[in-house]
Design a protein around this ligand. Sequence first.
Ligand SMILES: [Zn+2]
Length: 101
Amino acid sequence: MTTDLLPCPFCGGQPEFWNAREDVLLCTCLAGPGVHGSSKENAIAIWNRRADLSPSSEVVKELVEALELADAALSGADIDMKHVWRKIKSALANAKLEGGE
Ligand SMILES: [Zn+2]
């Protein structure tokens, strides 16, 4: 079973298998490292998991929101630091789940 490849998280382009190998995926933009799987399906799964961390993904949006809240709190806004800390911890936990770590 072959799963569709998500676009490159750096340029939005389509990755390609490298040098006729079906376990190594690269994007021609070379902005990020390729992925090396144990099989074609594994390489695709790893590639697609990484692509979930693109700037428009929910995980990245949540991390940016938490950092913006921390920035506002540290810049003098009347924000409870416990609330900021909970937001950061939640965003980090979700990022780790999405990344499969
Ligand atoms: Zn790319």
